[in-house]
Ligand binder design. Sequence first.
Ligand code: PMT
Length: 409
Amino acid sequence: MQKPEIKAAVESILKGKHIVLGITGGIAAYKSVTLLRLLVKAGAEVQVVITPAGKEFITPVTLSSLSGKPVVSEFFTANTGEWHSHVDLGLWADLMVIAPATASTIGKMANGIADNMLVTTYLSAKEHVMIAPAMDLDMMAHPSTVRNLATLESYGVEIIEPAAGELASHLMGKGRMEEPENIFSRIERFFMKQCDMLGKKVAITAGPTYEKLDPVRFIGNYSSGKMGFALAEECAARGAEVTLVCGPVSLQTANPNIHRIDVESAEEMLEASREPFANADMGIFAAAVADYRPESRAESKLKREGVEEMSLRLVKNPDIAATLASVKREGQLFVGFALETDNAHANALGKLRKKNLDMVVLNSLQDKGAGFGTDTNKVTILRKDGTERSFPLKSKREVAADIIAEILS
Ligand code: PMT
């Protein structure tokens, strides 16, 4: 029997997913309404893109009412001149589904004929694409359709085979678009396959800590939180339930499976992290925690008048990673980061051992594009068993995927 948390995760697999639903000009377009309703009901955000011919079969008003978004069809909105960016749509989508896909659209997709918004969006799509062909049996069997479908398959497009039955022409044969409920199941299965962390609990620290001097000043660092947030999004996208304990950052989380706890100081971060890390299957310490804090904090703003010099007395902050990893349970896996400027490798190894971690992700400020604030990072992952692996400069999201792949392996 499925554990309750896995059952809940499966049920919410489409929640917050971005899906582009492409509709082309075939009689089966009416079935797309059912598919759209199923997707929206399951919590997906759906952007409908329809071809000019598609609008002859189903009205954009019906589709926009159900999706809650204006339907995109043309490159420009006629009265305002607003440009619709197929590139942005292609990047936004976690999945593109074209249902129904006519012989004409399939031909254009296979041959790069980008004369409408739907085909240009397909050509810009970065994520997986599924098509549900629908046409008359002779069109379906025509060598050009067969060849175009094979071409699309070779590009990685998933073809949802049409069923056999009575067609719009009243002929019997293969060409009926697959039922919307079955297309919906295929979509669920696609996202399920990506969820290799379903049922896993992950706790992550991210961002800087601010250690207050007075009500207006603090000791802090340059961490933006981007690395920790990328890890949180990656884990959540793979089905994990994530708790993200973060210092002061200006980032937003996108995935509803991320439970965010905002803190300011290292002491607050430690307290907020105790329970999530104790309950987690995996813990990742990506925060840049201030090692010291002012011994005392002024209640009112410190004044400069008559003060020529000022000394600050600092006391040591708790080491969050070391504290929580010292009570690590059997089966838990804890990963730290090491941000270094010199003797990077030796220092990272020292942290791995001293903090009782299973893995350390080393990033060095000597590497251009790595570390604080950037959208990229360059890391070497050191494991407790003595093995290590270096990666080239990548986006922080890709680095997050590499780290998770290492953890899961
Ligand atoms: O947030 P970004 O702008 O995206 O930048 C990302 C990052 C550079 C902050 C991140 O990739 C990173 O390296 N985080 C760890 C930074 C750091 O504090 O490194 P450290 O070598 O000082 O600490 C070693 C490990 O102990 C880290 O996992 C750290 O989170 C943890 N630590 C350190 C001190 C402390 N008091 N408590 C801790 O938990």
